[in-house]
Write a protein that binds this ligand. Structure first.
Ligand SMILES: Nc1ncnc2c1ncn2[C@@H]1O[C@H](COP(=O)(O)OP(=O)(O)OP(=O)(O)O)[C@@H](O)[C@H]1O
Ligand SMILES: [Mg+2]
Length: 244
């Protein structure tokens, strides 16, 4: 069974169709890269997947369960199996450690378990020295790393990353990419990462897709996607000659 299945999913803002996906199947334990120019609908697609938006038409099925016809409690249960890291993460006015611990608290874990898991995750993202600092005063890159820790500590089945390394220095990009690979292997996570960095997509993902005007133009095994793109628009997007 697929982790996520989309069928005829349309999202409009006013008269404008922002996302228009005929068919999209997301399989378990894979890393997907989503490419596309500014305004293509990438973030909107992630928000649809994360249940932050409802589609105007179409069906989303998570582990075989239709999301939008489910009860509120069932939707909450589905939403708790996924985590999203926004491009500009919002840190609560609390310490970095408390930010990472927040979701575990909501899920009713014991205090000792929360402390252990949160500290472990701050180590993983390389921020243990900032555990007691005020989270809203972190730099852009530190916030992204803390936000990734806050998501990963929940061991979601699906991790949605919206340009998670756009503010990071090369060393930190490496750390985050290692964490993404580790999460896929160790926790069996499925990851969908939106990126403008083609090298990152090549390095990290099993499959890559190109979104243009809300539509999936091409989706393929990452090697084939880059080495042998089928659609003319993919070719011109990849070689930088596409005119928007
Ligand atoms: N809440 C909203 N209300 C109205 N229009 C919106 C809303 N959110 C996004 N849009 C519009 O939808 C289009 C797609 O936006 P989206 O943020 O999904 O693009 P994107 O592919 O993530 O772009 P970028 O690479 O710049 O992050 C844009 O033209 C944007 O202006
Ligand atoms: Mg975006």
């Amino acid at each position: 069974m697929c982790l996520y299945e989309l069928d005829g999913v349309v999202k409009k803002y006013g008269d404008r169709t922002i996302v228009n996906i005929n068919k999209l199947n997301i399989n378990r334990n894979k890393v997907y890269a989503v490419l596309g120019p500014n305004g293509a609908g990438k973030s909107t697609l992630l928000r649809l997947l994360n249940l932050l938006e409802k589609p105007d038409h179409g069906i989303l099925k998570f582990l075989g369960q239709e999301v939008n016809t489910s009860t509120a409690s069932r939707r909450l249960d589905i939403a708790r199996q996924m985590c999203m890291v926004f491009q500009k993460p919002h840190m609560f006015r609390a310490t970095v450690l408390e930010n990472v611990a927040y979701g575990l608290k909501l899920r009713g874990k014991s205090t000792s378990e929360i402390k252990r898991l949160s500290e472990e995750m701050l180590d993983v993202v390389g921020l243990p020295h900032l555990a007691k600092n005020a989270a809203h005063k972190l730099s852009g890159g530190e916030s992204q790393r803390a936000a990734i820790a806050r998501a990963l500590v929940l061991r979601p089945k699906l991790l949605l990353l919206d340009e998670p390394t756009s503010n990071l220095d090369p060393y930190s990009v490496n750390i985050i990419e290692d964490i993404i690979r580790f999460s896929q292997k160790e926790y069996g996570m499925t990851v969908i990462i939106v990126t403008h960095n083609l090298f990152q997509a090549k390095r990290l993902s099993d499959e890559t897709l190109l979104l243009l005007d809300g539509k999936v133009v091409e989706m393929n095994d990452t090697l084939a996607f880059f080495n042998n793109p089928q659609d003319e628009r993919t070719k011109s997007f990849l070689d930088g000659t596409m005119v928007y």
